[in-house]
Ligand binder design. Structure first.
Ligand code: NDP
Length: 249
């Protein structure tokens, strides 16, 4: 099988996996954080778990660039990818408060996904796709990048609100307020989804779309689980707040 054929199989596989992931996670929430449960093998600290899980994403895409022949536009897209993932893999874990430990199995599954997704997106940008300097003036690049950074701002703000809820040493849960929390329980997930749909538009690629769809499949059910959990745990939880999409869902 040639590499382009393999690439297409893997790409299709990502869409198929999204369907199965959404189904499985609607049935059973991924067991980390507040939904953690015994029986998933050895655990590591949440900080180490996040590094193991996310580090392959910036590294795999960067490695694809060393193997390919990227144009100027591709390098700019790489910079956008790395802005998100250097933060997620190497800064976010050190900013987060100590919380529930993460099963190593979950961290490893996340790492494998990030190698897979990193190959699809990185290889497209640096080898199969064509992104020269003129792409940077294309309305799709401009609109997609704008959406990406709006999503990033929402995500970073929402995660900061959560971090500030816990006094040092505390592992409890509180009701978050402020910013997009006025509307939804999980603005960090909403921001993340906007980022990757922005990425799909900015790259105008099937690889970008596959990742955006997978992100919805992964985080949509988790947002629903968080929302139900909040409503059950806090009798005074704001009734007008939705799970993920203001006024709708
Ligand atoms: P959560 O919102 O579940 O938790 C984020 C952090 O805040 C954790 O440290 C958690 O502690 C703490 N926290 C959450 N809610 C409260 C609360 N009410 N009171 C006090 N502390 C709280 O997010 P995730 O851990 O699932 O995700 C973290 C980031 O990673 C998000 O920005 C998300 O968008 C991103 N992500 C992206 C994915 C993708 O598919 N691209 C996949 C998964 C995550 P504890 O761990 O103890 O619960």
């Amino acid at each position: 099988m040639s590499e382009p054929e393999l690439y297409h199989v893997l790409l299709l596989g990502m869409f198929v996996m999204a369907v199965f992931t959404a189904g499985a996670l609607l049935y059973r929430t991924a067991p980390y954080g507040r939904h953690g449960e015994a029986g998933w093998g050895p655990t590591v600290s949440n900080r180490l778990g996040w590094i193991i899980m996310e580090a392959p994403a910036p590294l795999t895409v960067a490695a694809m660039f060393l193997l390919g022949t990227p144009g100027v536009g591709a390098w700019v897209l790489l910079a956008i990818w790395e802005i998100h993932y250097v933060h997620r893999a190497f800064l976010f874990p050190f900013k987060m408060r100590p919380g529930s430990p993460m099963p190593l199995s979950i961290a490893c599954m996340g790492a494998i996904f990030n190698v897979y997704n990193g190959y699809l997106n990185g290889r497209w940008l640096s080898h199969f796709g064509e992104y020269n300097a003129t792409w940077l003036y294309d309305p799709r690049f401009i609109a997609g990048t704008t959406l990406f950074f709006v999503g990033l701002a929402i995500n970073l703000h929402a995660d900061r609100v959560l971090r500030n809820l816990r006094p040092p040493g505390d592992k409890g849960y509180y009701i978050p307020y402020g910013g997009m929390y006025r509307w939804v329980s999980c603005p960090n997930y909403l921001g993340e989804m906007l980022e990757w749909f922005g990425w799909a538009v900015a790259t105008w690629s099937w690889a970008g779309l596959a990742f955006a769809v997978y992100t919805v499949a992964n985080l949509g059910p988790r947002a629903l689980a968080h929302h139900r959990w909040y409503r059950k745990k806090f009798p005074d939880y704001p009734t007008e707040r939705r799970a993920l999409i203001p006024l709708m869902f």
